[in-house]
Design a protein around this ligand. Structure first.
Ligand SMILES: Cc1cc2nc3c(=O)[nH]c(=O)nc-3n(C[C@H](O)[C@H](O)[C@H](O)COP(=O)(O)OP(=O)(O)OC[C@H]3O[C@@H](n4cnc5c(N)ncnc54)[C@H](O)[C@@H]3O)c2cc1C
Length: 302
């Protein structure tokens, strides 16, 4: 019996007061969501949801498992970019050759998550819907200019990834909606760096940078995503403006790093103070921009 079926049977056997559904297609999953509304929770890899459930932080009437729904898993080249299914595991992201060479920020962010065990089960969609401000993939997706596909019984909509994070651990998702895919535009030079104390920790600060170069070597486009730097994953737009259109050197990267430290509003918690996080934003934005610029120069995205 596979692990998937073993888990399905555990729920089917009946947790008191908790119904478990394993829909066979998207239509059935959406119909269940419409039926239960706020009483249901979608189950992806379970790495965050089951922790909340076991700690009594949530008490849904039903779980709707997505593992048997076809078409939600996998990485596909489309329109010069990539489409990644919501149920693609974090392990699949870190080990995919296309991501590692053309979108290294996302492969590096996936690799920075917790442990191999978590990454084997945890999915990209689940990570985004959990909307933890210290999560790693959100910062990478902001830098890469990703958009998110959201579906309900009436159709689909797409939102830029930074608009998906409405508030602290609150995604812009209605109870009848599913996140089905993430779309990435054509690649540019990118990098993700994570600052943490122990190897399995969440980020004190995580920084992703993406850089495109003009033929004369100046920065034609820059995007910077931050984790641990606000109550939601954050796009550092002021810092991006500092380097856009300029040559990339210490003289331009350092002021951009300082601008990022100014525009963020970091978390202040038991892991790190807001002041320390702000200082680390400057340090890691500088390093991530330098690495992304180096990759853009080497054309590492082809
Ligand atoms: C010990 C540990 C350490 C961790 N460390 C890190 C870390 O360093 N960095 C990091 O980024 N993450 C970390 N995580 C979180 C991990 O990445 C989770 O896998 C992830 O947050 C949730 O993904 P999941 O597929 O397990 O989703 P689940 O736990 O199944 O679901 C999470 C939430 O998203 C909702 N949901 C899931 N999929 C969808 C969908 N397609 N549409 C709509 N709603 C959906 C669920 O209803 C639930 O509310 C850690 C987790 C653990 C247990």
């Amino acid at each position: 019996m596979s692990a998937m079926h073993a888990r399905d049977d555990v729920f089917a056997a009946g947790e008191p007061g908790l119904a478990y559904h394993a829909p066979r297609d998207l239509e059935e999953a959406l119909a269940l969501l419409a039926r239960y509304g706020e009483e249901a929770k979608v189950l992806a890899g379970g790495q965050s949801l089951l922790v909340f459930l076991s700690q009594g932080l949530i008490a849904p009437a039903a779980l709707i498992g997505l593992r048997r729904v076809p078409g939600l898993d996998g990485i596909e080249e489309r329109d010069g970019g990539l489409t990644i299914g919501a149920m693609t595991t974090q392990h699949a992201l870190e080990s995919d050759p296309t991501l590692r060479t053309r979108y290294p920020a996302l492969a590096e962010a996936a690799q920075a998550i917790a442990t191999p065990q978590v990454r084997q089960r945890g999915t990209l969609g689940g990570n985004l819907c959990h909307a933890n401000p210290t999560g790693d993939p959100p910062a990478a997706l902001i830098a890469l200019g990703a958009s998110i596909e959201i579906v309900n019984g009436d159709g689909a909509r797409r939102v830029p990834v930074q608009e998906f994070f409405r508030d602290y651990m609150e995604p812009a998702l209605q109870p009848d909606e599913l996140l089905t895919a993430v779309h990435l535009p054509p690649p540019v030079g990118s990098a993700y760096l994570k600052h943490r104390i122990r190897g399995v920790d969440n980020a004190i600060v995580g920084v992703a940078a993406a850089i495109a170069l003009a033929p004369d070597g100046t920065c034609s486009e820059a995007r910077i995503g931050l984790s641990g730097a606000a109550t939601t994953p954050l796009r550092a737009v002021a810092a991006e403006a500092v380097i856009r259109g300029k040559p990339l050197s210490d003289d331009t990267i350092q002021p951009a790093a300082e601008a990022a430290a100014q525009e963020c509003d970091p978390l202040d918690d038991t892991e790190a103070s807001a002041d320390y996080r702000r200082e680390m934003v400057a340090v890691f934005v500088r390093r991530a921009l330098a690495r992304a610029a180096e990759r853009a120069r080497q054309g590492d995205t082809e």
